[in-house]
Design a protein around this ligand. Structure first.
Ligand code: NAD
Length: 500
């Protein structure tokens, strides 16, 4: 264990918090197993103080012109681009994903910052001249106030960036509660806002666990909460936040299926299954975890996937490997447990990641890419979100059975179809009950100007992240009906105007 573990603390009013924390959590380098940091875990009292300070700072930012807000956003975008390598290194050090993947995550966040630079256009309202005689009607969108963002461990920079640039561009103050497992990247990103010229108190970070989350969910000054994480917590956050009068969007877990039809290019499908199954060690909400092969091609597809898996190098994310470790020892053990349960329930273990060789520390949280065949819907390895490098092959007799399986699944985040038949692809995109669909693309990655979000147990609330839905989430609409007339044109009329 390292003796030089750093203190990771809150960012309040643009500066590191200087208080003493009653509780801290350990942060690891998953490739070595060493504790590299101790993160302060906020009490409810501290969260409430930070919310009060943000609420006091907010009116100045809400009344800052769009021209000035846009300058801050452009400056932030520039700083994020300049520091992306530093931020990627922090992600790899605490999450474990390989550097290249970490850089890709920052790039997706950068795109949301670029989208938010267009805020003057995005906030334009409608105007109707002469809606009634000499009466004009127009709409405006105004910020909410203090908003909370609660993010998961698997995208420590990208997920906060799905929300923060849009929330700030819309004129809100933000309290970010990042995952306590890998908190440093979020702090590094948040600090850039001060450098970009954002007034103190508008961007704050509080670290913590359930106590901090509950404080955000119950504080009346917090007007909206954007959450991303596992389904049980997403449901809890949605129910608690809305019961406390807040606007909530809560994105949950996933079980993403990739349906491969007999006419698909099987080399392309095998590449895609390996990339989407094992990229980021399967710790992506859009990872493919269930490969649905229409029988007849399943043996050949499994063989092609197996060949590719044998070439993957798992190890320390700074060493040019394909795949890194899992985030914690407890998570690695949980995922290994699913492999064991799958074998016990009758799945065929084609490639066993528990036997892998790893280019990293002997105490790292390792599990190699794992392939299970002949998985059936009753098995726990199929039912549960595993969130690790385990790909399950489910064999189905037909396209119809494949779609039935996907639609019966309680999750609905992402899915993909591999086929050379345009008609089949078109039918799939229409019939499948999932929020994000890939056609010969295994992971439909977030595109900043389209909103990102799943269906069913993968999202609670009805607003997806970023894009125009994000702008709507972080603002409320107002309609103004105005008449500028000579006062002599008044008169009493207690009814609604009639059109006849
Ligand atoms: P998690 O639910 O454990 O934690 C998410 C956040 O909630 C963290 O900030 C955590 O501190 C907080 N939290 C944890 N337990 C809590 C509790 N009991 N009460 C209140 N708050 C609590 O999720 P995770 O393990 O960090 O992230 C992985 C999960 O996130 C996976 O299920 C993955 O599918 C999901 N995810 C979904 C999307 C999406 O777009 N739908 C994107 C990324 C990740």
């Amino acid at each position: 264990m390292s003796t030089a573990a750093a203190r990771i603390t809150h960012l309040v009013g643009g500066s590191p918090w200087e208080g003493a924390s009653e509780r801290t959590g350990d942060v690891y380098n998953p490739a070595t197993g060493a504790v590299t940091g101790h993160v302060d875990l906020a009490s409810a009292g501290l969260v409430n103080e930070v919310v009060a300070a943000a609420a006091a700072a907010w009116p100045v930012w809400a009344n800052t012109s769009l021209a000035k807000r846009t300058q801050v956003l452009f400056a932030f975008r520039q700083l994020l681009d300049e520091r992306k390598h530093e931020i990627a290194a922090l992600i790899t050090a605490e999450h474990g994903k390989v550097l290249d993947d970490a850089l890709g995550e920052v790039s997706r966040g950068l795109e949301v910052a670029e989208f938010a630079c267009g805020i003057p256009h995005l906030l334009k309202g409608g105007f109707s001249e002469n809606a009634s005689t000499n009466v004009d009607v127009f709409s405006i969108r105004q910020p909410l106030g203090v908003v909370g963002v609660i993010s998961p461990f698997n995208f420590p920079a990208m997920v906060p960036l799905w929300f923060i640039p849009v929330a700030i561009a819309c004129g809100n103050a933000v309290i970010l509660k990042p995952s306590e497992k890998d908190p440093s990247a979020a702090v590094a990103v948040a600090r850039l806002w001060t450098e970009a010229g954002l007034p103190d108190g508008i961007m704050n970070v509080v670290h913590g666990d359930k106590e901090a989350v509950d404080a955000l969910l119950t504080n009346p000054e917090v007007k909206a909460v954007s959450f991303v994480g596992s389904t049980p917590i997403a449901r809890y956050v949605y129910e608690t936040g809305t019961a406390n009068g807040k606007r909530v969007q809560a994105l949950g877990g996933a079980k993403n299926h990739m349906l491969v039809l007999p006419d698909a290019d099987l080399d392309l499908a095998a590449d895609a299954a390996v990339n989407a199954g094992f990229g980021s060690a399967g710790e992506r909400c859009m990872a493919i975890s269930a490969l649905v092969a229409v029988d007849g091609i399943a043996d050949e597809l499994v063989s092609k996937i197996t060949d590719r898996m044998r070439k993957l190098r798992t190890g320390d994310g700074t060493r040019g490997c394909d795949m890194g470790p899992l985030v914690t020892a407890a998570h690695r053990d949980k995922v290994s447990g699913y492999v064991e349960a799958g074998a016990a329930e009758g799945a065929t273990v084609v490639v066993d990641g528990r036997d892998g060789e790893f280019d990293g520390g002997s105490d790292g949280f390792w599990l190699g890419p794992t392939l299970l065949d002949n998985v059936t819907p009753g098995m726990s390895v199929y039912r549960d979100e595993i969130f690790g490098p385990v790909l399950s092959v489910v064999r189905v007799p037909s396209y119809e059975e494949g779609v039935r399986l996907i639609n019966a699944n309680p999750y609905g985040n992402g899915t993909a179809i591999f086929t050379n038949d345009g008609g089949a692809a078109r039918r799939f995109q229409h019939e499948v009950e999932v929020g994000m669909v890939g056609v010969n693309v295994p992971i439909p990655v977030p595109v900043s100007y389209y909103s990102f979000g799943g269906w069913k147990n993968s999202l609670f609330g009805d607003t997806h992240a970023h894009g125009t839905e994000g702008v709507h989430f972080f603002t409320r609409g107002k309609v103004v009906t105005s008449r500028w007339l000579d006062p002599s044109h008044g008169g009493l009329n207690l009814g609604f105007p009639r059109n006849d």
